[in-house]
Design a protein around this ligand. Structure first.
Ligand code: PMP
Length: 363
């Protein structure tokens, strides 16, 4: 294939072509330094403006208040599953502290399972009874909770929260891996937000953590240095070698977002793209969305036919037409179109056109 495909992968996923072209143009000589970003020492005067720029752009676009730290870490969103309880819930005397999780899918339940090694986890609500096809009401926190965890956008099943749960004085923690910067989010309502970069921000290998400063504390000695927010915050994400190239690409992606009109315009486009696809699904006689209307994700849109052979044929024929990675997650089957910020409207229209043809041929 010698043209670009529309890639509907859940992540890593599409990046804006303008960003890839800029990275290519700067590949051998970035900012007149005579070297690529990959070759720069992370402690050099050449790299410092790159990480500072990525952070400044993230702060600007997300309107992150001044009393929050932005960390660029490694280990994926998955490493945050243990890091959150290790930093927020472990006490010197070893007594397990209470934490609440809401189970809205595979990632939410993995986060809870990992936390249960270090904290007394209460899974206060779950939508597992209906294959995670909705977001449950958020129960009140326990008064003794040291934090309350939700997964804002559920990548595999395609649901998202639309209302920030009121947890009172209990710190609210959210996994925003698959929706960061897809629409405005009031950061001040959260104590900690985290996201792997490989969907809306850049390449895999960087995890962004946005944490309110009062939660950054000294932790017991047995907790590995690399797993302490305190260390990463003090060292400006440079305790060890950060994922330099990924951080640089994040800066370029955020520049692109600003050029496009900022988060308000990105949100408008995302709503437009998602509405086009949901409207088609809701009137289709072949395809349907299994997700409750009011809880549907703007980023991950699963759909089914209800016939595994026909679904496999759809995924194969779509790929041959340049619409790739439309198979649903291996745990749920069916199809899923992930339409992150960098997916152009033309890609969604091409998918709908293809679905219409497929429907006409298989009714
Ligand atoms: N949380 C969510 C919501 C995700 O979608 C993913 C990955 N798709 C993860 C966590 C795990 O992320 P990682 O692979 O970066 O560890």
């Amino acid at each position: 294939m010698n043209k670009r495909v529309y890639n509907f992968s859940a992540g890593p996923s599409m990046l804006p072509v303008a960003v890839l072209e800029r990275a290519a143009a700067e590949m051998t000589n970035a900012n007149g330094t005579g070297q690529s970003v990959m070759e720069m020492s992370h402690r050099s005067k050449d790299f410092k403006p790159i990480i500072d720029h990525a952070e400044a752009m993230l702060r600007e676009l997300m309107e992150i208040p001044g009393n929050y730290k932005v960390l660029f870490l490694q280990g994926g969103a998955s490493l945050q599953f243990p890091m959150i309880p290790l930093n927020l819930a472990v006490r010197e005397d070893g007594k397990k502290q209470k934490v609440t999780y809401v189970d809205t899918g595979v990632w939410a339940s993995k986060a809870a399972e990992e936390a249960s090694k270090y904290a007394e986890v209460r899974v206060a609500a779950s939508s597992k009874d209906k294959a995670y096809s909705y977001i449950p009401e958020a129960p009140a926190p326990d008064t003794e909770d040291v934090y309350y965890h939700i997964t804002w956008n559920n990548t595999i099943v395609g649901t998202k929260w639309n209302k920030i749960p009121n947890t009172g004085s209990v710190p609210l923690v959210a996994d925003i891996s698959s929706c960061i910067l897809s629409e405005p989010l009031d950061v001040s309502k959260f104590a900690l937000l985290y996201a792997g970069a490989q969907k809306n921000l850049g390449p895999a290998g960087v995890t962004v953590v946005i944490i309110r400063e009062d939660l950054i504390k000294k932790v017991p000695d047995w907790i590995p240095t690399m797993l302490r927010y305190e260390i990463h915050a003090k060292e400006g994400s440079m305790y060890n070698t950060p994922p330099c190239y990924g951080i640089y690409i994040i800066g370029l992606v955020l520049d692109w977002m600003k050029e496009q009109g900022g988060l308000a315009e990105i949100e408008r486009r995302n709503r437009e793209k998602a509405t086009l696809l949901y409207d088609y699904l809701d009137q289709s006689k072949l395809f349907r969305s299994p997700i409750r209307k009011e809880d549907r994700s703007l980023m991950n849109i699963p759909f089914v036919i209800g016939n595994a052979d026909l679904e496999a044929q759809f995924v194969k024929e779509a790929a041959a037409s340049g619409l790739v990675n439309l198979a649903g997650h291996r745990l749920v089957g069916g199809m899923r179109a992930s339409i992150y910020n960098a997916m152009p409207k033309e890609g969604v229209l091409a998918l709908i056109d293809f679905m219409k043809q497929f429907e006409a041929a298989h009714r």
